[in-house]
Write a protein that binds this ligand. Structure first.
Ligand code: DQA
Length: 313
């Protein structure tokens, strides 16, 4: 799983409307729709209820977990999970999906379930109430947000899409190394008179206009830069890095860039290839997809656009 996994997962009690709302969301977003119970039935030829009745709940949860592992990594999809998703908390906490809890009042759930056969865990009102009481706080805990199913499927779908959008944004980490906090003061004949704040304004505005979220980080410490790169793993879709002087000697930065599965672009404000000999060598560039030099702050903008064009469609 990586940050590029873009999908919406619906959790909640059985009969809370996950499947019909999920189909509607998928339809509106032009994404694929999966229902974990349906997928299990397709794979095994029997329903989850039948598996629980014949092989027991524990055996079913194992099958369910394997199915979740397959579904949660499908990008551009809406996935409705069975009511028992709370049995797979670890998996859901680790995944990169946007998780929405669909709430529905207990009595509506009970009324929808009471006439259904093949629900071995929801035979009586007491069964349903017990599940509802034990699960509802877990659904809440596991989700990024919750939506109330007021039976208007279309409105619910719209609400979920609206709430999911900020979570679905692509994210770029912009990382600046030693002395770049001194821009504006530091050798203006080489780096220009603008400050790091000016640069951040430019990159934030540009990324924002493209619907991309950026996080900015600058440090004078090699270890902090290494940690920030590591931190981007699974959390960011791209890195724009100006390692500054670390470019020329930091194998730790090189290794960190290699360690994470995030495409990186190396940027230098000045043209390092036409300066002192030691600046012509970049030990970090081999871990990057591209190097942009000598274009001032515009180099960062170009780097963002390169990541968008190549890794964020
Ligand atoms: C720099 C070039 C490096 O050689 C230098 O050490 C820096 C800035 C640049 O952006 O041009 O600090 O990375």
């Amino acid at each position: 799983m990586n940050a590029n996994t873009r999908n919406i997962v619906l959790i909640g009690m059985p009969a809370s409307g996950k499947t019909s709302i999920g189909r509607e969301i998928a339809n509106k977003m032009n994404w694929d729709f999966y229902d974990s119970d349906e997928e299990i039935k397709k794979e095994r030829g029997v329903t989850p209820g039948e598996i629980i009745s014949t092989e027991g709940e524990e055996a079913f949860r194992k099958i369910e977990k394997e199915m979740y592992k397959k579904l949660l990594i499908i990008p551009n999809s809406v996935i409705s999970l069975g009511g028992g998703s709370v049995h797979h908390c670890e998996l859901l906490k680790e995944c990169n999906s946007v998780i929405c809890y669909i709430k529905r009042p207990f009595l509506h759930i009970y009324n929808s379930l009471k006439d259904e056969d093949n629900r071995p865990l929801c035979k009586t009102m007491e069964d349903v109430r017990r599940l509802y009481m034990t699960r509802k706080h877990l659904y809440k805990e596991l989700s990024h947000f919750s939506v109330f199913n007021n039976t208007d499927i279309e409105k619910c779908a719209d609400e979920i899409i609206r709430m999911a959008r900020p979570h679905l944004q692509f994210r770029i980490a912009i990382i600046d190394g030693p002395n770049l906090n001194m821009l504006g003061i530091r050798e203006p004949e080489i780096y220009g008179g603008e400050t790091l704040e000016d640069r951040r304004k430019l990159t934030e505005e540009y990324a924002g206009s493209k619907g991309i979220a950026v996080t900015e980080f600058q440090s004078n410490y090699e270890g902090a830069i290494v940690s920030r790169i590591q931190n981007a793993h699974f959390k960011c879709d791209g890195i724009v890095i100006n390692p500054a002087a670390l470019t020329h000697y930091s194998y730790a930065v090189l290794d960190a860039l290699k360690a994470v599965s995030v495409p990186a672009v190396e940027v230098h404000i000045s043209d390092i290839d036409t300066r002192e000999e030691f600046r012509k060598i970049s030990v970090t560039a081999p871990a990057c997809k591209k190097q942009i030099v000598g274009k001032g702050f515009e180099g960062y903008v170009e780097a963002i656009q390169y990541l968008i064009d190549n890794y964020m469609e």
